[in-house]
Design a protein around this ligand. Sequence first.
Ligand SMILES: C[S@@+](CC[C@H](N)C(=O)[O-])C[C@H]1O[C@@H](n2cnc3c(N)ncnc32)[C@H](O)[C@@H]1O
Ligand code: SF4
Ligand code: SF4
Length: 380
Amino acid sequence: MEEAAAQFASLPRNNPQKPRRVRCLNPFRWLEVNEGGDVTPCCGSWFKGNLGSLKNQTLEEIWNGERFRAARAAMFDGGDWEQFCNAQTCPQIYNDTWVNVDFISPQSPDIVPITAEMLDEVRNGHTAMRGGPVQIGLSCDPRCNLRCIMCSAPAVKDRSGALIKRALDGVRQFLPSVRRIKLLGDGEVFVVPEARDFLFQFDSKKYPHVEFLIHTNGLLLNEAMWAKIAHIKIDWLVVSIDAATKETYEKIRIGGDWDALLRNLDFMAQKYSEGHIRNFHLSMTVMKTNHREMGSFAEMGRRLGATSTYFFPIIGDYGGEQIFDNRDIPALRRVAEQLRLPIMSEAGIDINALERWRNWQPTFSDYMRCFRNLFKRRRT
Ligand SMILES: C[S@@+](CC[C@H](N)C(=O)[O-])C[C@H]1O[C@@H](n2cnc3c(N)ncnc32)[C@H](O)[C@@H]1O
Ligand code: SF4
Ligand code: SF4
């Protein structure tokens, strides 16, 4: 495993004719704790398997453990990255991007930051990092005030808070190196007491380099909540809404309150326009119940002045809601129509993996899949 790293370190540097390449920098800089405590070096749905579990190891042990080091070694050109990275879901692989590490700097535009020390370690083919990750994401607590119809969090049994406590203990150890903390990829950050208290008590004076990426359903982020978190730096605030009308919202986001959400959204938009939030995003997970509202949702993002309005396809089998994998042809034709609306091509509208459906035409096997799934649903 370490061979690719050693060979990489021995190659001539700064050669524009034959730049030294790394498949991806994420295992050198990012740590993500997923549902059940599984740790990955990027989004859990992009990575095959995990590099450790918070159930029996600490975050520090995992970060420079054998498996994390093996994943880093696999990233050097010639390494076996395919055993770790999922070509179907990971955008780096999907778009076939590589990183010419001798020709970038910490200032180069990138989605995840990297420090000069980390870059140096990558250039030297190191697989054990001296410092901790620069980005940590936590998705390991299902507690929430909603029960959305496409979300797996409400069914998670362990609601003891044990994992988030362990994860936050790990985050505290890494505070000297970490730059961005993402809360929460599952559950609701303003409901989970440990996560909420972590924000309330965060010492921004001691750690001025730390910024937060907050992923929320927005229902509790009102003026009173803002007053308790106003001291933290918010790089990204992502609000998941999944609808452009009250009727659709209440069908999907069970337990939600559309009118309260709209009030909070106006408040957040104001904080964003005043510069208290660096990036303000709205998000829609596209499924059967809301696919007709994509254009209206994009308009909502524009009206609120959001940095961007995201659309993602639903992942997993949620019966009739799964229109993509189940090839619900009539719904997919409507998705294509929505995607071709002029507003969907405007700056700030991000359709991500939905791009492939814009000009999609069903094949014979898509028709077969569609009929099979219709038949299956009728029988159940
Ligand atoms: C699980 S939630 C956690 C954060 C917060 N509670 C919220 O709703 O934003 C994170 C995101 O996952 C999305 N999501 C939930 N279930 C999904 C599914 N089956 N497929 C794709 N995205 C999903 C939600 O819409 C939300 O944008
Ligand atoms: S799955 Fe994608 S993002 Fe994750 S390490 Fe592999 S290439 Fe990087
Ligand atoms: S608000 Fe977020 S975590 Fe809660 S059920 Fe909905 S999608 Fe899942």
